[in-house]
Ligand binder design. Structure first.
Ligand SMILES: *Cc1c(COP(=O)(O)O)cnc(C)c1O
Length: 402
């Protein structure tokens, strides 16, 4: 997005500010659908947790996307955004049976990842179909916190427990309508997908009621220049051929589902923050912005790299900075980073801020969560107002006798 335009948005809506560009989301969606066009029935279920703004959900719904939810609240957000209930999937991990029952009553598609829950579900809802999240025991993912398909992961039912699954189904009669996996975020090795899919298809062929195969996500997007990104077109060719061959063998045209979050929305977002202070220490020049780990925690939590640009002075001479927040602990957005010369009052843009940024924001240090803006066809719309002190007080109860 144009630097001057970004600066003008902070003048109009204040700082810090999340800005998303709908056309980037549209391009990513189309690119992914095209990559898998060799498969007859492909569906994308947007992973809602990456960005839960109702308008972002609507943009994706209008493109034909379904949604993938990990909580009953996310399901309700999708319903509020106008998703048809049949296009909503629910893939919880470790939630209560009561919540799963609530999702079932709402009518969404359910994927279970625990044998005890599978049995409870079968007893409570006789003959209701479910799909199973299988752990294929593949190590993949950008870092340990987001690698979720390895042998010691809490996610999925082990691929080694298929006989136990069958024993439960023998008791409950539950039809299995799909198999699911999600091996982790930020997978840079495309062969991991193919390998894991083969394992999953090995499970699918043991059930005769399968309608879909859900390969989850983990599609990587570039965060810095020269970064490896998933080669989607190549992956589409290889996976598509393998999947089509399986459908022929299985004797049915199955649906192929993906659940991208980051891939669809990450690059659409910029997080704009104003530089409050420049501080020169013996070794480091700090640029302190009016934000912190309360608004964008990925660099601190996952050591993620986010590009930082000085949109107020894009052509200034490059200097090295540590970009830090205002939270009372070390919250570093970027270290030893070459950025166009920064002055107090400049607006910095932190890139790739569309996924897992606002949705992970908090009120730590009793700060307000930022406003959000969506650009649609070049026009800016405020899609979430900045919080106020009322929001900080909300829900607190004073004890009268204190
Ligand atoms: C988080 C999640 C996704 C999305 O992962 P991305 O890396 O954002 O694409 C997909 N499926 C499930 C079940 C998830 O929990």
């Amino acid at each position: 997005m144009d630097n001057q335009f970004l600066v003008s948005l902070t003048e109009k809506y204040g700082s810090p500010l999340y800005v998303y560009n709908a056309s980037v989301i549209e391009n990513q969606y189309t690119r992914m659908m095209n990559a898998f066009s060799s498969v007859k029935n492909v569906k994308l279920n947007y992973a809602v947790k990456s960005n839960t703004n109702l308008n972002v959900l609507k943009v994706l719904k209008n493109l034909g996307s379904g949604s993938d939810c990990v909580s009953v609240q996310e399901i309700k957000l999708c319903l509020a955004a106008g998703f048809d209930v049949k296009d909503i999937s629910y893939t919880p991990n470790g939630v209560s049976f009561e919540e799963i029952a609530e999702a079932k009553e709402l009518g969404v598609k359910i994927t279970l990842d625990n044998l005890s829950i599978l049995e409870k579900f079968g007893n409570a809802f006789p003959n209701a179909p479910v799909s199973l999240r299988i752990n294929p025991h593949i190590m993949a993912g950008g870092n340990a916190k987001i690698s979720v398909g390895h042998i010691d992961s809490k996610f999925g039912i082990s691929v080694n427990q298929v006989e136990e699954i069958k024993a439960v189904l023998a008791k409950t009669g539950t039809p299995i309508n799909g198999v699911h996996m999600h091996t982790g975020s930020d997978i840079s090795d495309a062969s991991a997908f193919v390998q894991a899919m083969e394992v999953l298809l090995g499970v699918a062929e043991q059930f005769n009621t399968i309608e879909f195969v859900d390969l989850g996500s983990g599609f990587k997007v570039p965060y810095k220049d020269g970064d490896y990104a998933t080669d989607l077109e190549e992956l589409g060719k290889v996976l598509g051929a393998s999947f089509n061959a399986f459908c022929t063998k299985y004797g049915k045209e199955l649906n192929l589902i993906f659940e991208p979050g980051k891939f669809l929305v990450s690059e659409s977002g910029s997080f704009l923050a104003k530089v409050n202070v420049i501080k020169q220490t013996p070794n480091i020049t700090f640029a302190g912005i009016d934000s912190g780990l309360n608004h964008l925690i990925r660099p601190m939590m996952y050591d993620s790299y986010h590009k930082v640009r000085n949109v107020s002075n894009p052509n200034g001479p490059k200097k090295e900075y540590n970009v830090v927040g205002y939270i009372c602990e070390t919250d570093t957005f970027a270290s030893n980073r070459e950025i166009s010369e920064i002055s107090e009052g400049d607006i910095l843009s932190i890139e790739n801020a569309g996924a897992y940024c606002f949705s992970m924001a908090s009120n730590y240090n009793s700060r307000y969560r930022p406003a959000e803006v969506l650009i649609v066809k070049g026009k800016d719309y405020l899609i979430r107002e900045r919080e106020t002190f009322e929001d900080i007080l909300k829900g607190q109860i004073l004890i009268d006798s204190l």
